[in-house]
Write a protein that binds this ligand. Structure first.
Ligand code: GDP
Ligand code: IMO
Ligand code: MG
Length: 429
């Protein structure tokens, strides 16, 4: 048995999809354990970009079990759209397993997400408006509707009636919005239920059987450490726990089943949505803009321009601690190929004094000044490098410093979006 959790170590979009797809070559199953269709994982195979929001990134191989665990919130419209798209591209979708305990996203969650954001005005979170937060709110409030409810038409009709009435009250009376029609929603979701039925199962049992048979399992994180509801820059976070501990809870296996944790890190930093970002670059024709345009840093789901900045390696120390990181997978190093000078944040100062930990208070965090080290760039195309030794000396220096500041070994260095543009430095799975 061998299992690896792949998590985002920054604010998302680090290239988790690429790393999972690469490692999935050796895996028997890939499991999503948190988040929902707020995720957008792009996997590039032979020049074709596959944009996945709910389906695990192992889907592009034949015969790998692809699990949507109990910790995921599922918008059936989105997942069925993805299944259809995969079928049209000739991808094998017979091995999808959807947890009967996962919660279902409804149109009223999406509407509430929009209305809540609009009501916050300047204090908005900048959500993906996919209804993810409102769905997790229902889960925690114990009024949510699970996949197993959707499988029982009478239970589902009853629960949906109560939920539509309650949400319509909030939508019309608090926000002055348009109510939803219960009958139309019931009909739509009962149709989804019939297509879903073939995939629904107790996915904890599926994983237990795989482990018993000594199979290899990858847990694919969505979102990232600094978007975690507990460990992120609250309230500018998502509504679930993307950190590694939730791989067990969100998929129904015990923590002893997890062997290694890999933190995916972009060679610089991006953030989409509001909230603190210590190393953010605000220029319109300097390094920030260069990174955004070279890397095409625009949201997979929303198309929003991503905020870009220098690599904050001090954040990685925190990520290493809260996730028990064994290895780092550094992605998009090639984006820095054309930059003559590169900066890296190696510490934080407040009023000129270095601080040891990342403050919880956003007011304190706002006072932080990054401590930068400057590196000479390598000004060479590295997309053809296939080993650490082949990388230019300045790229090696940059990578070694990341490892030192984070205190975590390098496991993978990615030098392009394609599967083969990957340097492997450790036996991960
Ligand atoms: P995720 O949400 O963490 O899976 O990341 P996204 O897929 O949202 O964003 C990462 C983007 O970077 C995708 O378009 C990937 O195809 C691309 N990508 C991943 N690794 C590399 C790399 O090493 N170099 C380059 N140039 N692109 C990469
Ligand atoms: P992947 O898996 C980057 C951000 C949103 C917003 C905050 C809350 O592709 O890395 P939500 O819709 O979750 O309530 O929004 O979280 N966010 C992401 N940012 N990558 C993601 O996923 C994200 N999922 C959510 O932009 O700031
Ligand atoms: Mg993404």
């Amino acid at each position: 048995m061998s299992s690896v959790v792949i998590i985002g170590a920054q604010w998302g979009d680090e290239g988790k999809g690429k790393v999972v797809d690469y490692l999935a070559q050796q895996a028997d199953a890939v499991v999503r354990y948190s988040g929902g269709s707020n995720a957008g994982h792009t996997v590039v195979v032979d020049g074709i970009a596959y944009k996945l929001r709910l389906l695990p990134s192992g889907i592009l191989y034949h015969g790998k079990t692809c699990v949507l665990g109990n910790g995921v919130v599922i918008n059936p419209r989105v997942v069925l759209g993805e299944i259809k798209e995969m079928q049209d591209k000739g991808v094998d979708i017979s091995r999808i397993a959807i947890s009967d305990r996962a919660h279902v996203v409804f149109p009223y969650h999406e509407r509430l997400d929009e209305l809540q954001e609009a009501a916050l005005g300047d204090a908005k979170i900048g959500t993906t408006k996919g209804g993810i937060g409102p769905c997790y709110m229902d889960k925690v409030a114990r009024v949510g509707i699970r996949i197993c409810d959707l499988m029982e038409s009478d239970t589902f009709a009853e629960k949906l009636k109560i939920n539509v009435a309650a949400k319509n009250d909030i939508i019309t009376k608090i926000y002055g919005g348009e109510p939803f029609d219960y009958d139309a929603m019931l009909k739509e979701y009962l149709e989804y239920a019939e297509i879903f039925r073939q995939y629904v199962t107790d996915t904890g049992v599926v994983l237990d059987e795989l482990f018993a048979a000594n199979k290899k399992v990858l847990f694919e994180g969505a979102q990232a450490t600094f978007l975690d509801i507990d460990h992120g820059t609250y309230p500018y976070v998502t509504s679930s726990n993307p950190t590694s501990g939730n791989a067990a809870v969100g998929s129904g296996v015990g923590p002893r089943f997890i062997d290694h944790v890999v933190g995916v890190v972009k060679a610089y930093t991006t953030r989409v949505g509001e909230g603190p970002f210590v190393t953010e670059l605000f220029d319109t024709d300097g390094p920030g803009n260069y990174i955004r345009e070279t890397a095409k840093e625009y949201g997979t789901v929303t198309g929003r321009p991503r905020r870009c900045g220098w690599l904050d390696a001090f954040m990685l120390k925190y990520s290493a601690r809260v996730n028990s990181l064994d290895y780092l997978a550094i992605t998009r190093l090639d984006i820095l190929d054309g930059m003559p000078k590169i900066k890296m944040c190696v510490g934080y100062k407040i009023d000129g004094v270095e601080i040891k930990q990342i403050p919880a208070s956003l007011k304190t965090l706002a006072k932080v000044e990054p401590v930068y080290e400057e590196f000479n760039g390598w000004m060479t195309d590295i997309t053809g490098c296939r080993s650490f030794d082949e990388l230019p000396e300045n790229a090696k220096k940059y990578l070694k410093r990341i490892k030192e500041v984070a205190g975590v070994e390098l496991g993978i260095v990615s030098v392009g979006p394609e599967r083969n543009q990957t340097i492997v430095m450790a036996d991960l799975l």
